[in-house]
Ligand binder design. Sequence first.
Ligand SMILES: *Cc1c(COP(=O)(O)O)cnc(C)c1O
Length: 183
Amino acid sequence: KEVILSGGDPMTLGDPRLIQVLTDIRNIDHVEILRIATRMPVVCPMRFTPELLNKLRLFHPLFIMTHFNHPQEISFESAQTLELLVDHGFPVFNQMVLLKGINNNAVVVQELSRKLLALRVKPYYMFQCDPSEGTDHFRTSIPESLQIQKELWGKMSGLAMPNLSLDIPGGGGKIGLVPDFCT
Ligand SMILES: *Cc1c(COP(=O)(O)O)cnc(C)c1O
C-alpha cells in the first residue's frame, strides 16, 4: 500500500522522468501512500521549484522523507524549502544518522529536532550508522546511542523525539532501540 522512491536520490531525476515514474505508480490500484526519500532539501533546496511543487502536489498523499543530520545543515534556503513543502501539503519527516564527532551528543540532536519541529518537520528516525565501506570512523556504539536517546526523553516532547533504530545488514530489517529507564 506504500511505495518509497529512495536512493541514490530520486530527486536527481529530471522533472519529466520523475513525474512519469510517479504517474505510473499512482496508476496502480492498491498503492495508497507515496514517499520520496531525498537529501535535496539539505544539499540543493532550489531543486524544489514552484513549478515542480505544483506538479508534485497532484500525487497526494505524498510524503517527503528528508535527511538533516546537524542543525548547521538547516540553511536559510533549506528552511524556506521545508516551509514551502509543508505549505504545499507534503508531510515532511526527517531521518538522521548518528555520526561520531558530528552529532553524537544529546545537545546537537536536541537542537536539530527543535529547529526541524519549528519548521513543521517531524523528527522521525535516528539511525545507527550502517556498516558500509569507508564510513567506520563515523560509527557510534549502541550503548552510546541509547544514552543519547535516554537524555533526550527527559528534555523533549514526544513530537520532537526521533525513534532510535538500527538497520540490520543483509535485509534483516529495522529494529527499534529503547533505553532501559529502570537503571
Ligand atoms: C525504513 C525502510 C522502510 C520504511 O520503514 P517505516 O518504518 O515504515 O518508515 C521501507 N523499506 C526499507 C527497505 C526501509 O529500510
